[in-house]
Design a protein around this ligand. Structure first.
Ligand SMILES: NC(=O)c1ccc[n+]([C@@H]2O[C@H](COP(=O)([O-])OP(=O)(O)OC[C@H]3O[C@@H](n4cnc5c(N)ncnc54)[C@H](OP(=O)(O)O)[C@@H]3O)[C@@H](O)[C@H]2O)c1
Length: 221
């Protein structure tokens, strides 16, 4: 049984993480801005009112943990906003960068004292943050933010290895959530999260810092 903190827990992939972790007997701490009916139906500890864009909310979350140790931290919250070359919105690019890249790095740092040797950190990134894999262009804010998150994940893997903490940099696949308007070509969150949990379970200090698809493929940077 592990104590697992999950951000973006009120819907989509984060909600499904909470559901599957709770089902297998883990102690879940679900972090969100607003509680959803689906989340409150789960028997998990909920920390709501946390907007991860705000440093003060991140600090409040750490304070609310009140010394609780964490075995797994799944930093999953994210936003995708359209941002094409003819329509560049600097505020949108900054917002995506702050939530998708800066907030997970800052929260990882803030939670370090709660993590012991053997703990694991998962960063929910995207294949859209792969430079090698970019064949379609566009999506400037999202792509730039996820490249930055990937780099943060790689540095965290190196910096946290001496502390015995492993880091997974995870792409969930195309998943049928509100982020992609429930695109029917996506897999269901249940399938994506089963794969993501396998990646996290199999993660070791030796494989720390790898960029994985939920299906186990190692993705190019
Ligand atoms: N779905 C896909 O195909 C796909 C593909 C690649 C990567 N991903 C990544 O997977 C992760 C989860 O995505 P999803 O598909 O589950 O998307 P989603 O259904 O849109 O869920 C996004 C989650 O992030 C939370 N969030 C947004 N802004 C926040 C903020 N300022 N503070 C705190 N929480 C905030 C949302 O909470 P609110 O309800 O409060 O907004 C929600 O819980 C994201 O990092 C995403 O980039 C998804």
């Amino acid at each position: 049984m592990h104590t697992v903190l999950v951000t973006g827990s009120n819907r989509g992939i984060g909600l499904e993480f909470c559901r599957q972790l709770q089902r297998r007997g883990d102690q879940v701490i679900a972090v969100c801005r607003e509680v959803s009916a689906e989340l409150s139906a789960l028997d998990v500890r909920i920390e709501s009112g946390i907007d991860l864009l705000h440093e003060s909310d991140r600090s409040q979350l750490v304070a609310r943990l009140n010394g609780v140790g964490l075995d797994r931290v799944i930093l999953n919250a994210g936003i995708l906003e359209a941002c094409e070359l003819d329509d560049l919105d600097p505020d949108s690019i900054r917002r995506q960068f702050e939530l998708n890249a800066l907030a997970p790095l800052a929260l990882s740092r803030a939670l370090l004292d709660r993590l012991s040797p053997g703990a694991k950190l998962a960063l929910m990134t995207s294949r859209m943050g792969s430079i090698d894999d970019n064949t379609s262009g566009g999506s400037y804010g999202y792509r730039m933010s996820k490249v930055a998150l990937n780099m943060a994940g790689k540095s965290l893997a190196i910096d946290l290895k001496p502390r015995g903490i492993a880091v997974a940099i995870l792409h969930p696949g195309l998943v049928r959530t509100r982020m992609i308007q429930f695109n029917p070509h996506g897999v269901m969150p249940q399938e994506a999260v089963r794969g993501l949990l396998d990646r996290l379970d199999q993660l070791t200090l030796e494989t720390s810092g790898t960029f994985w698809h939920a299906n186990g493929d190692v993705l190019p940077w």
